[in-house]
Design a protein around this ligand. Structure first.
Ligand code: GLU
Length: 573
């Protein structure tokens, strides 16, 4: 596939099922949380920001917002207020689950040919990614404001305090940010303003251990703390942002202040399935994540995975086959449901998933994994691959009352478009649209359209046990790898009986078209012959481009904070 090489570069940067129903059938007493709750985030300073808000009496939503803001400072390569996200909020008391879509939107003037040149060919990467063409109207602050108005306990301004301190007084450059800056020259340092903050006079990133201050971001946060989301989406600020993006956009379809003022975060129906005795809930369109996770699990439910265990080549074979089927459906059917009909209920219908599972054999591979025809499927349409990047982060929060938030936030690629505005990077999310509007003579579901949200793979997920108790709050970064990363860990916890941290440490394998990525240095490398004997081919041994965060409920009722083991040692300053 066209996008594989970027993936395989040494990374270092990087649920019978019905959709749209309120989740757990049974509602249990809230799980006893630690005194104030728990936070898992990709950077300890962001986790501390969330913990401080919980300690001050904040809700899981309050703390998650504080984490999102703090990550804008300390993990600028992966997310921030210049990007978007998806948030799940589960109520421990009444069992409801709300999902909020803060995905970036294309400007109203965007057309399906946005990423094509006059010759009809896809624009070079520099033009389509490192320019205003790729920037969608950011959604994270609208998401935060909507969530806070519904579930916040502390004042809005309070949530900004930890992030203001980090941006104003500075934070210590860790190895991960350093390497990300060094590996993304031409993008991270595209503007004078960003260069002045993260790079030295020699053009190299500031050394590991140095203090990084982002005064412009501190000032932006102060204005937002005082003025609320108006300070971002209101006329003055919208005009400044639109002008900045438009000046960096080389052709028609420019962002306007009206695009920004019109932005709304939207509540969407959750995608929930029953998997064995559990209930697994995720994000629906425009993310493909919830459907993909549900399908991968649903297609595997008939197999005794627990008896196989993670050391069994048969388990990995079955998992890879289930991925292939789920991703074929994803490519064809999932996009922004405000623009195209997405047969979500059909895709996660228990009968449909069983029919797909019947295609999976324990002894051989499916010759060509094709999309199925789920109930309610619209007329077939073509689709094409997208470009995965590494600019995403996930955080999970549980508060003292046992309410949970699962939030994945992104600017798409590392440092997004490279455009730096008032102290933060602007996303390049619009390159998550399918770049060519037609395939096989048919319009693709995920083509660019004005006001549309590009398809995502982000998979913030919440798992409930048979009593309705929240047992796992999980999500990941890594573009199209996200649903696989999340599903693998869910199987680790639910089928293999692992703790959350051990589940994140499971090896990673994923099928990309004709290529099978096997994680370098993992136990899977030694299983290659077994997998080949089952018909797998196209092996590529490579570091796994993944980063997950989770909270898992222990038997004693406390929360296990799980962070990505692949980044141990490079995150702590
Ligand atoms: N923008 C991608 C998505 O929404 C995620 C990119 C990444 O994880 O780095 O699916």
């Amino acid at each position: 596939m066209r996008y594989l090489p970027a993936f395989l570069a040494p990374l270092a940067l990087a649920l019978s099922g019905c959709a749209a129903t309120p989740p757990p059938a049974a509602v249990a007493a809230p799980a006893p949380a630690a005194a104030t709750g728990a936070v898992s985030a990709a950077d300890p300073r962001a986790a501390e920001a969330g913990e401080a808000i919980l300690a001050a009496g904040g809700s899981a939503t309050d703390a998650a917002i504080a984490v999102m803001l703090a990550l804008t400072v300390v993990e600028p390569q992966s997310s921030g207020i210049g990007g978007g996200g998806f948030m799940l909020r589960a109520d421990a008391g009444n069992g409801t689950l709300v999902t909020i879509d803060g995905r970036e939107t294309a400007p109203a003037a965007a057309t399906p040919n946005r990423f094509l040149g006059a010759d009809g060919k896809i624009l070079p990467r520099e033009t389509r990614v490192f320019s205003g063409l790729s920037v969608g109207v950011p959604g994270n602050l609208a998401l935060a404001a909507k969530a806070h108005s519904q579930y916040g306990k502390l004042p809005w301004a309070k949530l900004f305090e930890p992030a203001i301190v980090l941006a104003r007084d500075g934070f210590v450059m860790n190895r991960r940010l350093y390497e990300s800056l060094a590996g993304n020259k031409g993008r991270a340092d595209r503007t004078d303003a960003a260069r002045a903050i993260y790079f030295g006079a020699d053009g190299e990133p500031l050394p590991v251990g140095s203090t990084v201050k982002v005064p412009a971001l501190a000032a932006t946060f102060e204005a937002l703390a005082k003025g609320g989301p108006e300070a971002f989406y209101g006329p003055e600020s919208a005009a400044a942002l639109a002008a900045h993006v438009a000046a960096d956009t080389p052709q028609d379809g420019r962002m306007t202040a009206q695009d920004i003022a019109a932005y709304t975060a939207k509540e969407r129906p959750p995608v929930c399935i029953r998997y064995r005795v559990y209930r697994v809930c995720g994000m629906g369109p425009p993310s493909s994540g919830g459907v993909a996770v549900a399908q991968m699990l649903g297609q595997l439910e008939g197999f005794d995975l627990a008896a196989m265990g993670p050391d069994s080549p048969t388990f990995w074979h079955l998992f890879i086959e289930s991925q292939r089927l789920a991703y074929a459906d994803r490519e064809l059917y999932v996009a922004d449901s405000d623009f195209i009909e997405v047969p979500v209920e059909g895709l996660v219908d228990a009968g449909y998933m069983r029919s797909r599972a019947a295609l999976i054999s324990a002894d051989s591979t499916i010759a060509k994994a094709e999309a199925g025809v789920p109930p309610g499927a619209p007329l077939a349409r073509g689709d094409g691959p997208e470009e995965p990047e590494h600019g995403t982060t996930h955080f999970s929060v549980v508060d003292a009352g046992g309410n949970a938030v699962s939030y994945t936030s992104t600017i798409e690629g590392a440092f997004g478009s490279g455009l730096f505005h008032q102290g933060f990077y602007l996303n390049n999310e619009l390159t998550d649209f399918t770049l060519t509007p037609e395939a096989g003579g048919k319009p693709v579901a995920n083509r660019v359209e004005g006001g549309k949200r590009p398809r995502s793979s982000m998979s913030p997920t919440i798992v409930y046990d048979d009593t309705g108790r929240i047992v796992l709050v999980i999500g990941a970064a890594g573009g199209p790898t996200i649903p696989v990363t999340v599903t693998r860990a869910i199987i680790g916890v639910l089928d293999f009986g692992l703790g959350a941290q051990d589940a994140l440490a499971l090896p990673f394998a994923m099928a990309f078209g004709d290529t099978l990525l096997i994680e370098e240095g993992s136990a899977l490398v030694a299983m290659q012959d077994d997998l080949a004997a089952l018909g797998h081919k196209g092996f590529r041994i490579s570091p796994a481009p993944i980063k997950a965060n989770a909270l898992g409920l222990r038997a004693d009722g406390s929360w296990e904070v799980a962070t990505e083991p692949r980044f141990a040692g490079v995150v702590t300053p």
